[in-house]
Ligand binder design. Structure first.
Ligand SMILES: NC(=O)C1=CN([C@@H]2O[C@H](COP(=O)(O)OP(=O)(O)OC[C@H]3O[C@@H](n4cnc5c(N)ncnc54)[C@H](OP(=O)(O)O)[C@@H]3O)[C@@H](O)[C@H]2O)[C@@H](O)CC1
Ligand SMILES: [K+]
Length: 537
């Protein structure tokens, strides 16, 4: 599914109404999706008993636009389903019945005065007192219609919520915030806070994901970003699929793109992968990348390394085979490579320019699809015009510092323009670029660009990249038995599986202290979770 700007979203919504989907229906669906997301994230316990309900307070904040209309739908659904829940509504401004399209719900509620306007000092005191008692704020102040800096009364409301949330962050009953579509104050195109913005735990982006939400500026505000269905006709969404906008990778894509596992398959079917990894300094990387590739389904994996690395690895991993690789053994290594279908080069290799130069010049390696990571990338960055001699269409998995080295730019420049940086590099080098980080970007030489729908700090740990490289290698070797395999889709699958394993690890252990090794047994479970209908988006 494509990532869109607010203008593109408006256009799609307009087309939906032309296809006879009433605006009010979109809004009802929007509110219902947000409510479901609240339950799913356990911000409210749908099955809570009477005592729980009576003691739980939800504050609905509605602005004058359709974002406020969505909030009113949430309010109505919560009241219907959990009648004892304390639901209070505050209006920041008088809703306009003809603003954009139909937000009659907001208007009617406002006219009926079932909520309270924040006008004078008394209203403000009521709002602040209620906020102290509140467990969940539903933010419908401003959505994609944000048109200027946030100032005055609205800025005060947002600041007050942020402060109370911060003050109660370690309370047994913290204040949670769910943002409808975008956190109020965040520009949905750029991700920048327009003066001030609300800090949410969960953002339910509606219809199609807004491109600003995946920028690093927005990360501080969005919390977890999830997609809310508003019932757009599938044809409309499909029409957009052929555009060159960035794609948000969905679990449905991954299900279709994962290499098939025929029951009649044997280890040869799923392919032999050569992993070239490890050095005296980095003894963990070969373990993590080799085992990850096997956990991702490679038929047979050989670790090519020095004797020392092999001795350490053999004590830890019995399923893969080993091959000694030094400059002295290169020619026999090159011969053996003929039996392999793909190779992974780089994790923990250290600065080994001579070996890498000779390795990449070997004919049998030039014929293989490659994953190049870590020290493999650093070697390329030290080599002038390396992309001229490297075969095309391999997977390169740089983090921002590695991409900065490869492109002779700075980390700041990469981080400020993650999509563009990855896309330009992919086109210039003729390689699939996986730019790691929150919302990992995957770019293909033909211009396709995708964003993984997850920002999980549990994955920000040493060795996590080795696991990702291993997963990509394991998938690549399975896919490469088909002449027309699509490296870009394989890279998307690798990133998504890694992120799903990270999500499972976070559920088990939280986001602090997950080890890269914890991910390994979770890789097959991540595949299963996706097949069973779980998703990151
Ligand atoms: N379209 C659809 O199909 C669907 C849309 N949906 C929902 O609609 C949302 C978009 O709705 P929207 O266009 O009504 O804009 P919204 O964000 O509610 O705010 C506009 C109001 O805010 C005001 N305002 C702006 N900036 C301001 C500022 N800095 N400080 C103060 N005020 C400011 C602005 O005032 P004005 O600029 O007109 O003076 C106007 O009154 C979208 O995010 C999604 O939640 C869903 O229901 C599903 C279907
Ligand atoms: K909002």
């Amino acid at each position: 599914m494509k990532l869109v700007t607010s203008a593109q979203m408006k256009e799609i919504e307009l087309r939906a109404t032309q296809l006879a989907v009433p605006e009010s229906e979109l809004m009802l669906n929007a509110g219902s999706s947000v409510t479901e997301a609240i339950y799913r994230a356990e911000l409210i316990d749908r099955d809570g008993d009477d005592y729980y309900q009576e003691n739980t307070m939800v504050l609905i904040l509605a602005g004058a636009g359709n974002n406020g209309g969505d909030a009113m739908v949430v309010s109505n659904l919560l009241k219907q389903e959990l009648p004892d829940l304390q639901v209070r509504i505050y209006f920041y401004n008088r809703p306009r019945p003809k603003n954009g399209f139909n937000n009659k719900l907001t208007y009617t509620e406002a006219e009926n005065q079932t909520g309270q306007f924040i006008n004078d000092e008394n209203d403000w005191a009521d709002f602040c007192a209620d906020l102290e008692q509140t467990h969940l704020v539903v933010d419908g102040l401003l959505g994609a219609g944000l048109s200027r800096e946030v100032t005055g009364k609205l800025a005060n409301i947002i600041r007050q919520i942020n402060e109370v949330k911060e003050a109660r962050s370690f309370d047994p009953y913290p204040l949670s915030v769910v943002a409808i579509d975008v956190p109020s104050g965040i520009n949905s195109d750029t991700g920048q806070a327009m003066g001030i913005a609300l800090k949410a735990d969960l953002t339910v982006t509606l219809g199609m994901p807004k491109v600003g939400l995946i920028s690093y500026e927005a990360l501080e505000y969005t919390g977890v970003v999830t997609l809310g269905d508003i019932g757009l006709p599938p044809k409309l969404v499909d029409d957009f699929e052929s555009s060159d906008l960035p794609t948000f990778v969905l679990a449905d894509n991954i299900k279709r793109w994962l290499p098939p596992r025929p029951a009649s398959g044997h280890k040869g079917t799923f392919g032999r992968l050569m992993v070239i990894s490890g050095s005296d300094e980095f003894l963990g990387a070969p373990y993590l990348s080799t085992v990850a590739s096997m956990r991702a389904g490679a038929g047979l994996v050989t670790l090519a390394a020095t004797r020392n690395v092999i001795a350490v690895m053999a004590a830890r991993s019995s399923e893969n085979t080993y091959l000694e690789l030094t400059e002295a053994t290169l020619s026999s290594f090159a011969e053996k490579l003929a039996d392999y279908r793909a190779a992974l080069i780089g994790p923990g290799l250290g600065e080994n320019s001579n070996l890498l130069a000779q390795l990449l010049a070997i004919d049998s390696i030039k014929k293989l699809p490659l994953v190049i990571d870590a020290d493999g990338l650093n070697y390329l960055a030290r080599t002038s015009e390396w992309w001229v001699n490297l075969s095309k269409g391999n997977i390169l998995t740089p983090h921002p510092a590695e991409l900065a080295r490869l492109t002779e730019s700075t980390i700041g420049e990469i981080e400020a323009n993650r999509l563009e940086s990855a896309q330009k590099a992919a086109q210039k080098f003729g390689q699939v670029i996986v730019l790691k980080g929150a919302y990992t970007v995957i770019a293909a030489p033909d211009g396709r660009i995708a964003v993984n729908p997850a920002a999980n700090s549990a994955l920000a740990t040493a060795g996590s990249g080795d696991v990702l490289a291993g997963i990509c290698g394991g998938l690549l070797v399975q896919a490469a038995r088909f002449a027309d395999f699509d490296t870009f889709k394989i890279a998307c699958c690798g990133v998504y599986l890694h992120a799903m394993a990270g999500e499972l690890a976070k559920r088990e252990k939280g986001d602090m202290g997950v080890l890269a090794g914890d991910l390994l047994p979770l890789i097959p479970l991540a595949v299963e979770a996706i097949k069973q209908g779980e998703s990151l988006e």
